[in-house]
Design a protein around this ligand. Structure first.
Ligand code: SAH
Ligand code: SF4
Ligand code: F3S
Length: 439
């Protein structure tokens, strides 16, 4: 009998990649059916995130809902994976004793044996056996045109606010063979767009025939596969942007015209206290290097407001940086104190109201530049990768521009999923574009 799995993913794209891998691992033992309702599932997996307090809270409230379902179906297996699992470990079982299994991001290749073990007693497995999971991964069991591919795990930057080095471990790159094997496997399953992933993806390094490879080399190698039409990578740290990567913007047309480069703050004082190891000036210099190659490239970023000790003048430096770079679609967050991080011991002297006010101001400014960029697309022809049928209108398809905006268009009944098409943008809406296909 096929087992039904309900899997919910929180947090970053690496977690989405990991959820796909959990499905592959389960499928390698017996056929799994994905269910969108935990009430008729045999196994529930919450793949969790602890980057900010709110992300963590969501997990515990979801567990509260699952408890009621388990009261009606005692055979239901509940598993907590991901970064909250790694951070909280045993504490999850203490707080929610009806959970059967807690396992960390580096243990997911063991999902089947851990689930089996948890038949009798709750199991907690949060090791840092990093890269081993990639050696023991089964074949890809899902077909998708736009796929994620994790090329490195963890992070050794230890920014003072961030929990990632503690939940995912220190930086480890996958070896080239295992990455390329997966690329071939993904292509067999219909992949045409690959997003290379890592919390610090541009720190990737591998050895090949005595040569030290960097992410730029890997992008060049993957671009050689005809089936792959577009390549992306995320997330980069400014200090690891090297010539090898910049050269790809020149020599690899398949590399999407977009760069996500988190800055966090525009104040040198705050950047130093965050341990980001660059200054505002250095960040601006990196952007101008990129723009020498692709002058129009949209740059997006991540920002934190209300970091301990952030003064009004620090915040204004962040606003000035936004005005200078004119960032495209970016993410911005209120600082959240994370257990065990160095910043948790710093005096948090910015009031909640002030933090909220700064976030609103920042988001308003970011929104102005992102909207301006969308409006500039009106009337232009964009190279778009078709991701599948539109969610709202089944006669329409959905695609993404290089700058990652969603475009809806009519296909006249032709199946275009996975293909690169030219679309003329003739409507700019708040969160998407509409267009017509150009032949
Ligand atoms: N490795 C990437 C991104 C890591 S997590 C980088 O170095 O930029 C994604 C984003 O979450 C971060 O860029 C940061 O903006 C935000 N973030 C991380 N920890 C946070 C915290 N404690 N409070 C608020 N935002 C946080
Ligand atoms: Fe966290 Fe990114 Fe800093 Fe690493 S580089 S510690 S993932 S914010
Ligand atoms: Fe969250 Fe872990 Fe990703 S903390 S952002 S799921 S690496």
């Amino acid at each position: 009998m096929t087992k039904k799995l309900y899997i919910k993913t929180y947090g970053c794209q690496m977690n989405q990649y990991d959820s796909g891998k959990i499905i592959d691992v389960l499928n390698s033992k017996e056929k799994i059916e994905i269910s969108d309702n935990p009430e008729d599932a045999d196994i529930v997996v919450l793949n969790t995130c602890s980057i900010r307090e709110k992300a963590e809270d969501k997990v515990y409230s979801e567990l509260g809902r699952l408890r009621k379902i388990k009261e009606k179906n005692s055979n239901l297996k509940i598993a907590v994976a991901g970064c909250v699992a790694s951070q909280e470990g045993e504490k999850i079982i203490k707080r929610a004793p009806y959970v059967n299994l807690v396992f960390g991001p580096q243990d997911l290749h063991k999902t089947n044996e851990l689930l089996e073990k948890s038949d009798s007693i709750p199991v907690v497995e949060t090791t840092f056996d990093e890269i081993k999971k990639f050696d023991e991964m089964p074949q890809v069991s899902r077909s998708e045109s736009s796929v994620f591919l994790t090329i490195m795990e963890g992070c050794s930057k230890f920014c003072t606010f961030c929990v990632v080095p503690y939940t995912r471990g220190e930086e480890v790159s996958r070896n080239l063979d295992s990455i390329l094997k997966e690329v071939v496997d993904l292509i067999k399953n219909g992949a045409t767009e690959i997003t290379l992933l890592g919390q610090n993806v541009n720190a990737f390094t591998a050895v090949w025939e005595d040569r030290q490879l960097r992410i730029g080399d890997l992008i060049q190698i993957i671009a050689e596969f005809d089936e792959i039409k577009r390549i992306r990578f995320t997330t980069s740290h400014p200090n690891d942007v090297d010539k090898n990567l910049l050269d790809c913007y020149q020599s690899v047309p398949k590399l999407a015209n977009q760069f996500h480069l988190p800055v966090q703050s525009g104040s040198d004082d705050i950047l130093r206290r965050m341990k980001r190891d660059y200054t505002k000036q250095k960040y601006i210099e990196i952007i101008s290097e990129i723009k020498k190659i692709r002058p129009d490239i949209p740059i997006s970023s991540d920002f934190i407001v209300g970091f301990p000790g952030e003064k009004k003048s620090d915040f204004h430096e962040t606003m000035e940086l936004v005005e200078e770079v004119k960032f495209d679609n970016s993410y911005s967050f209120i600082y959240s104190q994370r257990p065990g991080t160095p910043a948790a011991g710093m005096k948090d002297n910015v009031s909640d109201a002030e933090k909220k006010q700064r976030l609103d101001e920042l988001q308003e400014l970011l929104n102005i530049y992102a909207t301006e960029r969308s409006e500039k697309l009106f009337g232009s022809i964009q190279s778009c990768l078709v991701t599948g049928k539109s969610k709202k209108n089944k006669d329409e398809y959905q695609a993404r521009t290089e700058c990652n905006r969603v475009v809806n268009f009519a296909s006249n009944g032709i199946d275009l999923a996975g293909q690169l098409v030219n679309i003329r943008v003739n409507d700019v809406l708040a969160n998407s574009l509409r267009g017509t296909i150009e032949h």
